[in-house]
Design a protein around this ligand. Structure first.
Ligand code: MLT
Length: 245
């Protein structure tokens, strides 16, 4: 049973020493975590998260032409890459059996902060129930929100709050850090809006990351990212090999 839940609203706010021996869920709801979850579900062999464009090119060079190079800056595909960062760009016909080298502005960078963790999982609304089930047995869990350009983003906080709420349903004694309690309260506010007919996609579209995606015409991506429990896949970052499987 999970005893303690912490949330880091930004990678910069994660105290690395505090995650030693703990499990971490990295989330970047719009869109890196959703893309990682769906591409693995679609048969990607593994995802190699890269912090820089140079590292991504170098990794692809080493892996050879069968590897797929995906990533974005400002939400837009990086010049010379095979794909951007839309979860809809990685259907099984395109990705099954291939390695995805992924470089995004915030999501893949956030993973760099998790090297001291016990286990690192990737979570988003699309695998909410599955990730809760996966970490329900971990005594201490931190949810690391990727944010957007060093700013806290509402969609990541809402996801953290949804996980907190689910864990509290399993154990009302769960100890929440102040940040975890704030995330839970934000999610409870969102639940009130959902119960009065608002859609999760429209709530996700209101944050700065969401507004940027809408401006770029990625409305369908926001719908995709708001599809709660679409997948049961729970990606895990292998910290020794630095691959997500
Ligand atoms: C990121 O990692 O910054 C995001 O996933 C950006 C995006 O929506 O592509």
């Amino acid at each position: 049973m999970t005893k303690r839940l912490n949330v880091a609203f930004l990678p910069q706010l994660l105290v690395e020493e505090e995650i030693e021996g703990c499990d971490v869920i990295v989330t970047d709801v719009l869109r890196a975590s959703t893309t990682i979850i769906s591409s693995l579900k679609n048969g990607v062999r593994c995802v190699v998260p890269c912090a820089t464009i140079e590292e991504a090119h170098e990794t692809k060079r080493k892996l050879g032409p069968s590897a797929l190079l995906g990533g974005e800056r400002g939400g837009v595909i990086i010049a010379g890459f095979d794909a951007g960062n839309s979860p809809r760009e990685f259907p099984s016909e395109r990705v099954a059996g291939r390695t995805l080298v992924l470089c995004t502005t915030n999501g893949t960078v956030a993973m760099e902060r998790c090297r001291k963790a016990n286990r690192v999982f990737v979570g988003a609304f699309v695998n909410l129930s599955a990730i809760v089930e996966k970490i329900a047995g971990s005594s201490s869990v931190t949810i690391l929100c990727a944010g957007t350009d060093r700013r806290v983003t509402s969609e990541d906080v809402l996801f953290a709050g949804a996980v907190a709420e689910r864990l509290l349903e399993l154990d009302a004694e769960l100890e929440l850090s102040d940040q975890a309690a704030l995330a839970r309260d934000a999610w409870r506010q969102a639940v009130l809006r959902l119960s009065s007919g608002e859609r999760l996609a429209s709530i996700l579209g209101m944050g700065s990351g969401g507004r940027n995606l809408l401006r770029l015409g990625y409305d369908a991506d926001i719908e995709f990212c708001a599809d709660v429990d679409r997948f049961e896949t729970v990606p895990m970052l292998n910290l020794d090999e630095w691959i997500i499987v």
